[in-house]
Design a protein around this ligand. Structure first.
Ligand code: NDP
Length: 252
């Protein structure tokens, strides 16, 4: 296959990196791409997955990598490139919350969330794009949040980090469009993962009642949309922000 051939075509295996792929939405994305036959590397600080994916070593790599550490990110890319070649699809998914009302929010809580959810996405995307630009193809999908649209009391740091992705993605989309690389954002609503579990059953039910579709999302609901944005069918979609929120923020 020539370097510039489009590997997003149905069936062509690609090299995919999902950050924060050890559980939740990232793990569902990893499973989606593995089911398609892609080669999938995931990163997380622990380096282990919540469940066994049953994938062989030729298709799956689980790497221990803290996205806030530039040296660890570089090492992860070098491992992936030495094993399979350049990353063709990047899902920048790793994220954290450290909630509190602004008047009680420490600078440390602000910085940790911005470093992980925004600066680390810049770092990993920049590193992936360096190779995608030479390939003249590539897909970048950033995972934001409905909170970036509507705000969320107690999450000023988180909402700021997730809204920052909108501007970053749209700027990057313009910078790399001439190389046939697309950059898009998925903005999930409430997704049943460990991040949401911290809310507790009662709060979860209360939130679910506000969702027009009447339920919180499962990680697979998000993974399918991420998979679509990485597919050939989405080749003319770039700089888009795609809510996957059951209608929670519609019209905003
Ligand atoms: P989880 O907490 O279940 O998973 C987060 C993942 O990110 C884990 O794999 C975690 O692994 C990894 N991670 C966190 N910090 C780092 C880091 N510094 N370096 C590398 N990996 C890291 O979260 P979700 O699956 O719920 O969320 C995934 C994304 O979706 C996040 O960006 C989140 O903000 C976003 N989102 C989630 C929503 C929800 O309702 N669940 C709603 C909207 C958006 P480890 O701890 O081992 O590092």
């Amino acid at each position: 296959m020539s370097d510039s051939e489009d590997t997003t075509a149905a069936g062509e295996p690609r090299v995919v990196l999902v950050t924060g792929g050890s559980r939740g939405i990232g793990l569902a994305c990893a499973e989606w791409f593995l089911a398609r036959g892609d080669r999938v590397a995931i990163t997380s600080r622990t380096g282990s997955t919540e469940r066994d994916l049953g994938a062989d070593a030729d298709h799956f790599l689980s790497l221990s990598c803290d996205m806030t550490d530039a040296a660890q990110v570089e090492a992860a890319f070098e491992t992936i490139e030495a094993t399979w070649g350049p990353v063709e699809v990047l899902v920048a998914n790793a994220g954290v919350t450290r909630d509190s009302l602004v008047l009680r929010m420490s600078e440390d809580a602000w910085s940790e969330v911005i470093d992980t959810n925004l600066t680390a996405v810049f770092r990993v995307t920049k590193r992936a794009l360096a190779k995608m630009i030479r390939l003249h193809r590539g897909r970048v999908i950033m995972i934001s949040s409905v909170g970036a649209f509507i705000g969320s009391a107690g999450q000023a740091n988180y909402a700021a980090s997730k809204a920052g992705l909108f501007g970053m993605a749209r700027s990057l989309a313009r910078e790399v469009a001439s190389r046939s690389i697309t950059v898009n954002v998925v903005a999930p609503g409430l997704v049943e993962t460990s991040m949401l579990a911290a809310l507790g059953e009662a709060k979860l039910a209360e939130f679910a009642a506000q969702v027009p579709l009447g339920r919180v999302a499962q990680p697979d609901d998000v993974a399918g949309v991420v998979g679509f944005l990485a597919s050939q069918a989405a080749g003319y979609v770039t700089g888009a922000i795609l809510p996957v929120d059951g209608g929670l923020a519609m019209g905003i």
